[in-house]
Design a protein around this ligand. Structure first.
Ligand code: MTE
Ligand code: MO
Length: 197
């Protein structure tokens, strides 16, 4: 493919106001966690479920995994195309819990109390997953090792790194950046960057 063709192809894959980057910037609030004992890591699935489930690290790795390919769009205006990930489909986690009918929203909980919110239907899309590997390598600590959420159709701040909890809620509630003025939904194609967009 010529560069011109690539440009044309990229044009309808890049949302308004975004610029393609070849790198993989690191962005977060707070500290990068370093784990020396995975025996202490777990992922808790709780809130509006019939029975809460907590996965240990090895239990989590035993869930079905597959490849996902996507483009990601950060609210700070970079987009990174053609990512190849491996991870656990959200559906594989959902098979282990029975949701209560009132569950309509999800809060993703990361290390250090960082959170982000999204509607249930966006979380359970078949393009959303819990990533373990990116472009052939295990996630680095900076990019969310051991497990990060990836919800590629929303701005990348909804893709919680260092995921430790998935909470099902009846009503929407702002997470960390949403409290600080980011959009409650964050659709890159609508440029829903900040609350006033
Ligand atoms: N736990 C946690 N996850 C987070 C964040 C954070 O501050 N803490 N920042 C979000 C933001 S604003 C962005 S743009 C992406 C950046 O992911 P990256 O560093 O892998 O590029 O992570 C998201 N996930
Ligand atoms: Mo971000």
């Amino acid at each position: 493919m010529s560069n011109e063709e690539k440009g044309v192809e990229a044009a309808d894959r890049v949302p308004p106001g975004q610029t393609v980057t070849e790198g993989f910037p690191v962005l977060h609030y707070g500290n990068v966690p370093y784990y020396n004992d995975m025996g202490r890591w777990n992922l808790r699935v709780f809130g509006l479920v019939e029975e809460e489930v907590t996965f240990g690290y090895h239990e989590f790795l035993a869930l079905p995994q597959r490849e996902f390919r996507n483009d990601i769009h950060c609210v700070t205006t970079w987009s990174k195309l053609d990512n190849v990930w491996e991870g656990v489909p959200v559906s594989a986690v959902m098979e282990r819990v029975k949701l209560k009918p009132e569950a309509k929203y999800v809060m993703l909980h990361a290390e250090e109390g960082w959170t982000t919110n999204l509607p249930l239907e966006d979380f359970v899309r078949d393009t959303s997953f819990l990533a373990l590997r990116h472009n052939g390598e295990r996630l680095t600590p900076e990019h969310g090792y051991p497990v990060r959420a990836v919800v590629p159709h929303l701005y990348f701040w909804k893709s919680a790194k260092w995921l430790r909890g998935i909470e099902f809620m009846e009503k929407d509630k702002p997470g960390f950046w949403e409290v600080n003025g980011y959009h409650m939904y964050g659709d890159p194609w609508q440029e829903q960057r900040y609350d006033f967009d």
